[in-house]
Write a protein that binds this ligand. Sequence first.
Ligand code: FAD
Ligand code: SIN
Length: 543
Amino acid sequence: MAHIAIIGSGIAGLFAASKLADAGHNVTVVTKKRPKDSSTNWAQGGIAAILDKTNLEGMESHVQDTLRSGDGTCDEAVVRSIIQEAGERIRDLIRIGVEFEKEGDGTYSFIREGGHTTKRILHAKDATGKEIERALTSYAKHHHGIALKPNTLAIDLIQRHHGHPEKGVAGVWCLDQDTKEVVTLEADAIVLATGGVGRLWKQTTNPDVATGDGLAMAYRTGACVDDMAYIQFHPTALASTSARPFLISEAVRGVGAVLLDERGLNAWQNACDSSEKHGDPMPSPEPYSFTLDYTPEGSMATRDIVARAIDQQMKTLGTTHVHLITAHLDLPWQEKFPTIARRLEEEGLVLGKDPIPVVPAAHYMVGGVRVDEIGRAHLRDVDATMPHLYAIGEVACTGMHGANRLASNSLLEAVVYAERVAKHLIENPPETYDGNHPKWRADGLEELKEHAPIIHDRTSLVATMSEEVGIVRSNQRLKRAKRRLDLLHEEIDMMWENARPTREIVELRNLCLIGQLVVDDALSRPENRGLHYNVDLIKDGMR
Ligand code: FAD
Ligand code: SIN
């Protein structure tokens, strides 16, 4: 049986591993920290899915919402095929042990998020990802076909013939963070499932493992990457002094929460005082929302529009955040959103009562390694795929999300493409590579004596991306970012050539490369679409 290496233990990696191992393949899953350290584990809202394939109207509506959110740039065939497959993959997750929320009558409970015209999101209260990750890691840990290797940091892919990406890959060099040694992991096929790159920005919803490693490795090996300018900022991360990022799920807006800026908050609070005096019910905050100045859908518009509206409003009023209002809603908050209620309590806030300070934060990498319809990585500049290399989940660019991902379509896309890669490898087992696996270039490399330059370079990289490559861009800012990143790249390369790898320098090298790819893609775009908004390209106002 073939040996498959999977890099990453989020939903994409673990789901693919379970399918491959069930079919008798030997799978090694390497993961940077603990298996559960992933964006998957932090996912709140849920997974969008029509369970019944005969519900054609429901599926069509999911397709249309996805296409609309993608601002006319989704690959419609990909969107349709994923949405059609959703029910089967959800049943797989349930078989593996995921427990989704049910209503009192035993039917599954569905919620709504921004950009969705109806309730179609399966969830496990407000911690859907934690439940999925729990079930998948438990399955993987108990499966004799899966070797799960924590604290193992993939550094670079090994080509079958050095300098010939068209010949494919044969393994991956990894840093064993316990022994500090670089080990060669040989494999007949490699599946990248390394997630996103939110840590390139100061404000992010992502865990610290999200540093774009898989994408950077694939790019260096000759894979094609696409759509890097489309970085999704989630409109409502908690604005807090804590270094631990926290999301306020769009599902909170899905039950009626409303976004207000400072002016809207004052006006609404005055209206509340006046109603109280007259014994009238609390007025809705909705008419006071600045979001209505940007879109008739207000706080429930798609993320690109809402995040941009917040960004604009904060700049106009000179504020650091806006407010999410829940006090007008009569809901069992603790029961429906226990994770969010608990975190707000730590901040001294009560969900269902206090205005919640929120701010947009880097959330999701829409672009990634270009893959075909079964998850095979494309070569750069050549119309062919790279043998033995696959990419699934957030690291991949399938064409589903176009220029802006619809909420809760990410977990769905990940699980569908994980299945496709597994099925392809099961039906077409890769031939075993019996050539040489070169050893890591260890000669002459020294332990880094000082970590200060790495810390300094990372701070400066993140500051550049946050200040110059955010929600609203301009040619001047993008060009400034390019100059700074090019310089940083040179310095980091010099350190890299001479130092023994550590997690810090591996991540810094990858983050810098991805920053450059984002900036280059942004500079090359001739028009504003979805998440890419350059003020120098404005033709017909804000979309
Ligand atoms: P991840 O789950 O991020 O897993 C990546 C894995 O790769 C991790 O195990 C990581 O440690 C490992 N890794 C990375 N680099 C290396 C390396 N060099 N070597 C070894 N291992 C490595 N999407 C939805 O559809 N619905 C939601 O409700 C939702 N809510 C979200 C809430 C938050 C706070 C966040 C951050 C994201 C949310 N998303 C949601 C997006 C979604 O969670 C992610 O896109 C999805 O989980 C990605 O899954 P993945 O398997 O591709 O990657
Ligand atoms: C959320 O719960 O708001 C996040 C959903 C997503 O990113 O798809």
